[in-house]
Design a protein around this ligand. Structure first.
Ligand code: SF4
Ligand code: SF4
Length: 282
């Protein structure tokens, strides 16, 4: 039975919870370490090390370097490990102020100057994007399933139709109005970025009517590109399918709702790492 461990750095535990939801691995793999469910501090020797969370503190850095020495394969799991994710918010001045103020920082781990994706510190063999990845994606990753191939984009899995004569003139809020079944959410005025988001999630949000916010990360067409290429592409999609003014789209694309997605671009995260290769991504 293959032994694997989960090292949790700065994140929210959502990736661990999603793994626990994928019960099938219990019969096939031996979980040697996961802080959420086992009380041990150090990661033992394993064949596969899944790392969740970004490198935000000195403690993250120490634990990551130590753990990878004991693993044959290292996999970055989730937005935080891949690009810093929510831990990037620690770069905001008001958050840094709380963590760095001398009188308040007792018992808090020391923050690094910047949040870093794990591949800026150690060599990563594979990546599993998602915030969090679905149980199905975890199983495909652990099994190295050759029959699993993520759809090119969320649109492919969504299947909503894109009627040419339905061109909204303004953007609707995320949860406004009645959502028509079967019609693309962009044609209904919602900011859905499924066109440029990696598939594999089975369009869990868009099928019932919630616009895609890109938690699976950029599709292969964008994964090795700068965020500006993505901005241009989304504008092109909206210009083609709607009459919504460009500045309205631009403001919405840079809103907090999409910040997790944007952090997945190396330049937006500000980490300056080399873009990862698409053939390493599940
Ligand atoms: S990737 Fe998402 S679910 Fe996973 S630790 Fe980060 S914020 Fe939580
Ligand atoms: S609703 Fe979103 S994911 Fe579905 S087809 Fe339209 S753009 Fe693509």
């Amino acid at each position: 039975m293959k032994r694997f461990a989960v090292l949790q750095l700065s994140g929210c535990s959502g990736c661990e919870m999603a793994l626990l939801n994928a019960e099938e691995w219990i019969q096939e793999f031996d979980l040697a370490y996961m802080a959420l469910v086992m009380s041990a501090y150090h990661v033992p020797e394993v064949e596969v090390l899944l790392v969740t969370g970004g490198v935000r503190t000195e403690e993250d850095l120490y634990r990551l370097r130590r753990a990878v020495r004991r693993a044959e394969e290292v996999i970055a799991v989730g937005t935080c490990a891949i690009s810093g994710g929510i831990a990037n918010l620690g770069d905001r001045p008001e958050v840094r102020e709380v963590f760095l103020a001398r009188e308040k920082r007792i018992h808090l781990p020391h923050l690094l100057p910047k949040c870093r994706p794990i591949d800026t510190v150690v060599k990563v063999d594979r990546y599993l994007p998602g915030c969090p990845p679905t149980p199905e994606l975890y199983m495909a990753l652990l099994r190295k399933a050759s029959d699993f191939k993520a759809a090119t984009s969320v649109c492919q899995e969504c299947g909503r139709k894109k009627p040419k004569d339905k061109r909204p003139a303004q953007l609707l809020g995320f949860q406004q109005g009645e959502v028509l079944p079967d019609v693309c959410l962009v044609n209904q005025g919602y900011l859905c970025i499924g066109t440029s988001t990696r598939g594999g999630c089975r369009a869990l949000c868009t099928i019932p009517g919630y616009p895609c916010v890109g938690c699976r990360g950029p599709s292969n067409a964008f994964i090795e590109k700068e965020s500006e290429v993505w901005f241009t592409s989304v504008h092109r999609v909206f210009a083609h399918m709607t009459d919504i003014p460009e500045d309205e789209i631009e403001a919405a694309l840079r809103s907090p709702q999409l910040s997790l997605f944007l952090f997945q671009f190396a330049d937006y995260a500000g980490a300056g790492q080399v873009p990862r290769h698409k053939d390493q991504v599940v």
